[in-house]
Design a protein around this ligand. Structure first.
Ligand SMILES: [Zn+2]
Ligand SMILES: [Zn+2]
Length: 224
């Protein structure tokens, strides 16, 4: 099976022709890291550190704060594309590594992830956000908990405006019946676009007893 996969997809860096896999050192070093000042609430890059910003001010967000490791552009966007394609599961390891190294788990007790639609997970054979979350949890030394599930079918967020995104995910997630939400939860997803998905998941976790939910994403859409 491994040999067959190698013939179909020769092992190499996901971002360049280097034979080093899954992502080579130089490509990893060149990712658009979000190391500058940012909004403490929603993670949007800003000129100086701020407590809130025009993107999150006045919004009732259920998460306490959200932070991302890389900008959703250039190599950051490519990395997410490979992760979502499901054909390069191994990129979840460096993806989780950059999230765990750059972002601080604060006082979180456990790590969970934004759940995928079952049919997309079946088609890909994996769920990217879960793979990243498990790697992050391992590196932070925290338990990875399968807390959330879809409560109903929803259409993909892609192509929807901010208001439509909020409507599309409202009530779309719930905590599994058998699960108990810890007091402080780190919620992991691949991309932060408007924060609507993280907000909907955080709301479900808060309704199930979590006091604090912090969002952590590999990438973030950047609007200056
Ligand atoms: Zn490379
Ligand atoms: Zn903000």
């Amino acid at each position: 099976m491994r040999l067959l996969l190698d013939i179909l997809l020769p092992p190499r860096c996901a971002l360049c022709p280097s034979s080093e896999e899954p992502v080579c050192g130089p490509c990893l070093a060149r990712l658009p890291y979000m190391t500058g000042p940012a909004c403490a609430r929603c993670g949007r890059p800003t000129a100086i550190p701020v407590e809130d910003c025009r993107e999150c001010r006045g919004r009732r967000l259920a998460f306490r704060q959200a932070a991302a490791a890389v900008a959703y552009e250039g190599g950051g966007r490519e990395l997410v594309r490979h992760l979502k394609s499901g054909r390069r599961r191994a990129v979840a390891v460096p993806a989780g590594a950059v999230v765990a190294a750059l972002l601080d788990p604060g006082g979180c007790d456990a790590v969970c992830w934004v759940p995928g639609d079952w049919w997309r997970t079946v088609r890909r054979g994996c769920h990217p956000a879960e793979l990243v979350a498990r790697e992050v949890a391992r590196r932070w030394g925290l338990p990875a908990l399968d807390l959330l599930e879809p409560a109903r079918l929803r259409r993909p967020q892609r192509g929807l405006g901010p208001a439509a995104r909020r409507r599309n995910v409202r009530g779309a997630f719930r905590v599994r019946r058998s699960a108990a939400a810890p007091a402080a939860v780190a919620l992991v997803d691949d991309v932060y676009t408007t924060g609507a998905t993280l907000d909907a998941c955080a709301r479900a976790l808060r309704d199930a007893g979590a006091e604090v939910v912090d969002g952590f994403t590999l990438a973030r859409a950047v609007r200056w």
